[in-house]
Design a protein around this ligand. Structure first.
Ligand code: PHE
Length: 335
């Protein structure tokens, strides 16, 4: 029986065939079962001996069939895999290496904070029209404020966005009033580069428009957001500042997050750090975006994301951000 079994097993190539063989040997009317039945004709000694042998055979046959069965299944799975042209999602993935850029870390953190306060997060182009960058935010042609911005002009008459305010018009039109939105983005200005100046940097603009929006709302949102970022209560103050697209306009300072205002190298002993230009959106800007400036008011701020990342991580040289130097960039992780 054993020899016959081994011979038959040689030619097996499918699970159905295997099942037939299993029944033929181990089934109720199978060969091995038959052998067992025949035991009763033997005397006690022969019975014991033959019984042992049959049991051994039975076990070997079972093991053989089980092994063959998993072999066949594996071959089947392999064949299925080769037919499948999509990804095999069961394969273990390579471990993820790399880290987020420090600006991305700060940007995402701010996005989360503002989203939780009901602000929409918007993206905008880097190449923009002169209209969006200037006219739409109340900087007419030949206005001296254009010189302040060291603009890169392109051959096609467009410009590299010099500030995220270039998206104000588009976003105000998209949402109408009331609205709350932030729009982070990369900005460009033709500046000489040194440890504290870059020609390519990130800002995050925020706007809130509604029927009774006032400077107190602006202060509240800035204070809440900055306290989250620095994980402590932050004191702010406003000084007058000029930007054609806000009236009144301010420079928002924070009390130094390192020394708490007593004076240290971070705040150059002054106790305050200039952080964020802001103000009440100029009625002309609302009107140009199709919003009734008699009915609605709003605030806008232009937070320097690059600056904020430097402060948060204690980065002293702005050139690190665009250097592509992994040794520097890999050090920053989400806290
Ligand atoms: N767009 C201004 C700048 O980059 C900053 C700003 C934004 C000021 C919003 C006021 C309100 O210089």
């Amino acid at each position: 029986v054993k020899a016959r079994f081994q011979e038959e097993m040689q030619s097996i190539c499918g699970t159905e065939e295997l099942e037939k063989i299993r029944v033929a040997y181990l089934g109720k009317k199978g060969l091995i079962t038959d052998l067992m039945k025949n035991l009763k004709d033997l005397n006690a000694d022969a019975k014991r001996e033959a019984g042992q042998q049959i049991n051994q055979l039975k076990q070997q046959v079972s093991e053989f069939i089980a092994a063959k069965s998993s072999e066949l299944e594996a071959a089947l799975a392999q064949a299925r895999l080769q037919q499948d042209t999509r990804y095999d999602i069961s394969l273990p993935a390579k471990p993820v290496t790399g880290t987020l850029h420090p600006i991305t870390i700060v940007q995402r953190e701010l996005e989360d904070i503002f989203r939780s306060m009901g602000f929409a997060v918007e993206d905008f182009k880097e190449v923009v029209t002169e209209y969006d960058n200037f006219e739409a935010v109340n900087i007419p042609k030949y206005h001296p404020a254009r010189d302040m911005q060291d603009t890169y002009y392109l051959d096609n008459g467009q410009v590299l966005k010099t500030h995220t305010s270039a998206a104000q018009n588009t976003i105000l039109r998209k949402y109408g009033a009331p609205c709350r939105a932030i729009f982070p983005g990369r900005c460009f200005r033709n500046e000489a580069i040194d440890a504290s100046h870059e020609n390519t940097f990130f800002q995050m603009e925020g706007i809130m428009v509604g029927e009774d929006i006032s400077i107190s709302n602006l202060i509240y949102f800035m204070k809440t957001m900055l306290s989250e970022v620095f994980q402590k209560d932050i004191t702010v103050r406003l000084r007058p500042g000029f930007f054609p697209f806000v009236e009144p306009g301010f420079e928002l300072d924070i009390q130094c997050h390192v020394c708490g205002g007593t004076g240290c190298p971070t705040c150059k002993q002054g106790g305050w750090i200039e952080l964020c230009p802001c103000g009440m959106i100029h009625p002309n800007v609302l009107t140009m975006a199709g919003i009734d400036s008699e009915k609605y008011t709003g605030f806008a701020f232009g937070l320097g994301l690059t600056r904020l990342a430097m402060m948060k991580f204690g980065i002293r040289d702005i050139r690190v951000f665009n250097s592509g130097n992994l040794k520097s960039l890999e050090q920053f992780t989400i806290q």
